[in-house]
Design a protein around this ligand. Structure first.
Ligand code: PLP
Length: 434
């Protein structure tokens, strides 16, 4: 590859490249990354940043991991890709078998797809096809909770929070669904049965139209970084059973240990009918997602109507992605991930506590390897990012939320550098008018 100067990269980037949720008229500043290893991003200008984002929940083992590199190299030498219609391969079946084994009991069918959003589309289609197969096509709407985020494609957008979900302008193109209030009881707070009331009323009043409930178990991610009480989730499962509604859990962000359990559903000891996985599935190496379902769902879909599930992406079960995912999950299971997450959680709780005393701060919360500082007012993104970079860390807040979810391999010293930078930088933010 021809080496590019940093100026050349930035110039081409500004001219031709659209970044996530970004303007092409007033493009946000971007930093060229030349390499990454462990928990460090090496910038093109030679500076190192300690990563507090895991590249959006994904790089749980850090970057440039020798075991994951080897898995990809080995698979590349055999084959990078073959179509999945009429063909199969060891990486896909080994990964499917492992996922069926480690996810909550009953999820035995694995549908591979390209990204988290697509796995949500697939989950919604499964739920719709399930009821069509049972002769109840009128059960074609979804029930979810406010504060959720499920992706950027149309089916997924329709179940994102209608206000904070970033998709309000597309409303006229989105299927109207049912939205219950966001659970108010905190993960570690007291449980009040009244927290379920809004959900209970919606499901009781509309179950004959509802195909499925979809939500992020325990920890809502991009819709507000909010952790709620496990009894809420238990109540949701109970009401879904009572009213004959499928339960889809979106564990795209929470899966693979992030909340302290391998899957967040385990905090409530419940099992979904359909489960979405993505993000950390490949340890952050490439895009891959999976939608798992119970035999009841897969066999019902397969025995009525067209008798097949109507979906099939071109790059379904890409062998490189499956091989690195298999290596990543095996690496995770072979590590003391519970111990690591416990230590990260304790350290985040201890070191972010300093934020509670700042007048800028409304709330501080931690769960597993996630720490969230909620401010009274939205941050100035450009300014706060510049200050983090000056302090040698990579953090990417949004709105009023400054949050951290480091790779599980981070050392206590590096984690302290991240939390110190968070506390110092937040202290410099403007204080909300009283
Ligand atoms: C990121 C995310 C998605 C969307 O995944 P993409 O890979 O970005 O399409 C869906 N649901 C949740 C909970 C997520 O965090």
């Amino acid at each position: 590859m021809t080496p590019f100067s940093e100026e050349k990269i930035l110039e081409l980037d500004r001219r031709h490249v659209w970044h996530p949720y970004a303007s092409m008229v007033d493009p946000p500043p971007v930093l060229p990354v030349a390499a990454a290893g462990g928990v460090r991003l090496r910038l093109a200008d030679g500076r190192d940043l300690i990563d507090g984002m895991s590249s959006w929940w994904a790089a749980i083992h850090g970057y440039n991991h020798p075991v994951l590199n080897a898995a990809i190299m080995e698979q590349t030498a055999a084959m990078a890709h073959v179509m999945f219609g009429g063909l199969t391969h060891r990486p896909a079946v080994a990964l499917a078998g492992l996922l069926a084994e480690i996810t909550p009991a009953g999820l035995e069918t694995v549908f591979f797809c390209d990204s988290g959003s697509v796995s949500v589309e697939v989950a919604i289609k499964m739920a719709l096809q399930y009821w069509i197969a049972l002769g109840k096509a009128q059960k074609n709407r979804l029930l979810t909770i406010r504060g959720g985020y499920h992706g950027d494609t149309f089916g997924a957008m329709a179940v994102c929070d209608p206000v904070t979900g970033m998709h309000g302008m597309f409303r006229s193109h989105l299927t109207p669904h049912f939205f219950a209030d966001r659970p108010a009881c905190r993960f570690e707070g007291l449980w009040a049965e009244s927290d379920l009331e809004s959900f209970r009323q919606l499901i009781a009043g509309n179950y004959d139209e509802i195909a499925a409930v979809i939500l992020e178990p325990i920890l809502q991610g991009a819709g507000g970084m909010w952790a709620y009480h496990p009894d809420y989730l238990r109540g949701v499962r109970r009401l879904c059973d009572q009213y004959g509604v499928l339960l889809i859990l979106d564990e795209i962000a929470t899966g693979f240990g992030r909340t302290g359990r391998l899957f967040a559903a385990e905090h409530a000891d419940i099992r979904p009918d359909i489960l979405c996985l993505g993000k950390a599935l490949t340890g952050g190496y490439m895009s891959l997602a999976a939608t798992l379902s119970t035999r009841r769902v897969s066999e019902t879909i397969s025995t009525a109507g067209p008798g097949v599930f109507m979906h099939g992406p071109t790059f379904m079960a890409n062998p490189l992605a499956c091989a690195v995912a298999l290596a990543s999950v095996e690496l995770l299971l072979a590590s003391d991930w519970q111990g690591r997450i416990r230590h990260i959680e304790a350290q985040l709780t201890r070191e972010l506590a300093a934020c509670r005393d700042l007048p800028q701060v409304a709330d501080v919360r931690t769960l597993g390897a996630v720490g969230v500082v909620e401010l009274h007012r939205p941050v100035n993104m450009r300014q706060i990012t510049r200050r983090f970079v000056e302090r040698g860390v990579w953090l990417r807040p949004f709105g009023r939320l400054v949050y951290i979810m480091p790779p599980y391999i981070i050392s206590p010293e590096d984690l302290t550098r991240l939390t110190t930078a968070m506390v110092q930088t937040i202290a410099e933010e403007e204080v909300a008018a009283a």
